[in-house]
Design a binder for this molecule. Structure first.
Ligand SMILES: [Zn+2]
Length: 214
C-alpha cells in the first residue's frame, strides 16, 4: 500500500532526525525530499536544522520548483532534487548530506569506486564523484548529470553526497552505506593497502544483487 501524505511527512522528519543524530550534517546543512501521492514534491525548508524540523516547516513544490504549500522557503538545493526526479522517473525520494568521511573523500577528489567491500557492491555498486558546482545555483544540478542515470548515490566534489531511491527508507539507507564505505576506504588507506575483488567475483555479486533487488 502506498504511504499517505501524513506518513511521508513523518518519514521526512524521521530522516532529518537521523541525519542530525548521526552527524551527517552540521547547523542547517542537508536537505530531504519525497514525491507525494498528488505528484507534487515535499521538500525540507531552507535554514532549519534537520533534527528540529516540524511538520509545518515542510514545503510542497511542483516539478518546476514553484512553491505550492508551506510558509517557509524551500531548500536552496531544490534544483538538484528536481534534476534527479526528472532523469530518474523511478526515484521517489532524495537525500543530500555532508557526512564527514564521505565529504572528506569528495574534498580530496577521490571517488568511492574500488571493488573491495562485498556488501557495498551488493547494496550500491560504485559511488562516483560528480564535478564541483556552486551550491544553491543552477550550476550544481548540471554537475550531477554525469552519474544520475547509472548510479543511486554519488559524491559531490568539494561538497558532500547525494543518494536517492524508490522511497525515503532506501534513499537514506544508501546514504548510510556511502558513509560506511567511506569509513572502510579510509581504514584501507590507513593500513596502506586494498585487496580488490576480481572482475569475476564482482560479476557474481552484481548477479546476486539482481536476484535480491530486481
Ligand atoms: Zn550541501
Amino acid at each position: 500500500m502506498k504511504p499517505t501524505e501524513k506518513q511521508l511527512r513523518q518519514q521526512v522528519l524521521d530522516v532529518g532526525k537521523r541525519m542530525s543524530a548521526q552527524g551527517f550534517v552540521a547547523a542547517t546543512d542537508g536537505n530531504i525530499s519525497t514525491r507525494l501521492p498528488s505528484g507534487l514534491l515535499l521538500v525540507t525548508p531552507s535554514g532549519v536544522p534537520k533534527g528540529e524540523l516540524k511538520d509545518e516547516d515542510l514545503v510542497v513544490v511542483d516539478d518546476k520548483g514553484n512553491k505550492r504549500f508551506g510558509r517557509l522557503k524551500p531548500t536552496s538545493e531544490f534544483r538538484m532534487h528536481l534534476k534527479i526526479y526528472k532523469f530518474r522517473p523511478d526515484v521517489q525520494a532524495v537525500v543530500h548530506a555532508h557526512p564527514p568521511i564521505s565529504t572528506g573523500f569528495a574534498c580530496a577528489g577521490i571517488p568511492l569506486d574500488q571493488p573491495i567491500a562485498t556488501e557495498v557492491i551488493l547494496q550500491l555498486g560504485k559511488v562516483p564523484l560528480a564535478p564541483y558546482g556552486t551550491p544553491g545555483t543552477p550550476e550544481l544540478p548540471e554537475t550531477l548529470m554525469c552519474c544520475i542515470r547509472d548510479h543511486n548515490a554519488m559524491l559531490m566534489a568539494n561538497h558532500g553526497a547525494v543518494s536517492y531511491g524508490k522511497d525515503l527508507k532506501q534513499a537514506w539507507g544508501r546514504m548510510e552505506t556511502v558513509e560506511q564505505f567511506a569509513k572502510i576506504m579510509l581504514v584501507t588507506k590507513v593500513l596502506g593497502q586494498q585487496k580488490a575483488l576480481s572482475d569475476t567475483d564482482v560479476a557474481k555479486i552484481v548477479a546476486a544483487r539482481a536476484s535480491y533487488f530486481g
